[in-house]
Design a protein around this ligand. Structure first.
Ligand SMILES: O=P(O)(O)OC[C@H]1O[C@](O)(CO)[C@@H](O)[C@@H]1O
Length: 310
């Protein structure tokens, strides 16, 4: 049984940024921060199946691919890395790449990595705030500059890079060729309404991602039998005794809790293992909350911060 205000792990990246507001009040001294990873707070807690992150880009990430479960296990890793991105903010012209413009043989893919022409073969698309993008393991992909996004992924840090814009980081030609589905991607299925407050954005074997839009001063019951992550993206709420405002995340597993929504409502992402949406997970309690007067000062940011260089 657990309800935790997630700790934040800072990951520095060459493509990161220097000012994380309004998503985090962490002071970014030094190298740019590319990612904030939300972590369980108890040191001896079981390792969750999912990883929730925020990504901040001032330059494009590498063109990359991740292994599926089968390949990951063949090299001694516990699982692969299917991921999804929810766009929180996007500068004009911001874009992401998903799949290739045309199908390549493994030999042609290897040659395109070696001569860098893979950069001209990826299929870019514009993105805007509120977009959701599903990236199954094996999909060649990249994230462009000027984006803040929330990433939900299988818990893995295995990335095979195909191209890195001249940065001096390692490429992983052999593994990338072995795991890539080197062609155009299939069209995605659209979001599906679960209730007036809940929309399933992604329904997949590995995780479900819901957009939750909880009205001002409403009360809810959260019945989390399985691992569940909630990220606040607008407004405020209190989950159990944890106050949440923009950029805060809560982990809950094998536990029940009330949610009291603040005076401006709360919009957030809720993610849990798939394959199907769990209707009983979040239910309206039908009462106005006593918590309507919550102010910014009532919602402290996560207390624990650690640093990682990547
Ligand atoms: O190799 P790079 O460019 O630092 O990118 C790695 C990052 O890309 C992502 O896979 C997002 O596509 C992150 O989960 C990961 O940390």
């Amino acid at each position: 049984m657990a309800i935790e205000h997630a700790a934040v792990q800072v990951v520095r990246k060459p493509w990161g940024i220097g000012d994380l507001h309004p998503w985090s009040s962490i002071d970014v001294a030094g190298d740019p921060v590319g990612e904030l990873w939300f972590q369980r707070t108890h040191k001896h807690a079981a390792i969750p199946a999912l990883l929730l992150k925020l990504l901040f880009t001032s330059e494009p990430l590498s063109i990359q691919v991740h292994p599926d479960d089968e390949f990951a296990r063949s090299i001694g890793l516990p699982n692969g890395k299917t991921e999804a991105w929810y766009i929180l903010a996007a500068a004009p012209g911001a874009r992401v790449a998903l799949g290739l413009k045309r199908r390549l043989t493994p030999q042609a893919l290897r040659a395109a990595i070696r001569d860098g022409s893979i950069a001209d073969l990826t299929q870019w698309r514009p993105v805007a705030k509120g977009d959701i993008i599903f990236v199954p393991a094996g999909t060649i992909h990249a994230i462009g500059a000027g984006i803040v996004l929330a990433e939900i992924q299988q818990r893995s840090d295995t990335t095979f890079r195909l191209f890195d814009y001249g940065r001096q980081r390692e490429l992983h030609e052999k593994s990338a060729v072995a795991v890539s589905d080197a062609g155009p991607v299939q069209p995605e299925t659209g979001p599906r309404r679960i209730t007036t407050a809940r929309t399933a954005l992604i329904t997949s074997q590995h995780f479900v991602i819901e957009l939750i839009d909880l009205p001002a001063n409403s009360n809810w019951a959260l019945n989390a039998d399985r691992e569940t992550w909630i990220l606040a993206i607008e407004g405020r709420a209190r989950i159990g005794s944890t106050n949440m405002s923009v950029g805060d995340a809560v982990f809950i597993e094998g536990d029940r809790s009330g949610i009291e929504v603040g005076a401006d409502g709360m919009r957030g992402l809720m993610a849990y293992p798939g394959p199907d949406p769990v209707v009983a997970l979040l239910q309206g309690a039908g009462e106005l909350t006593k918590y309507a007067g919550m102010s910014a000062g009532d919602a402290p940011k996560s207390s624990e911060t650690v640093e990682v260089q990547a």
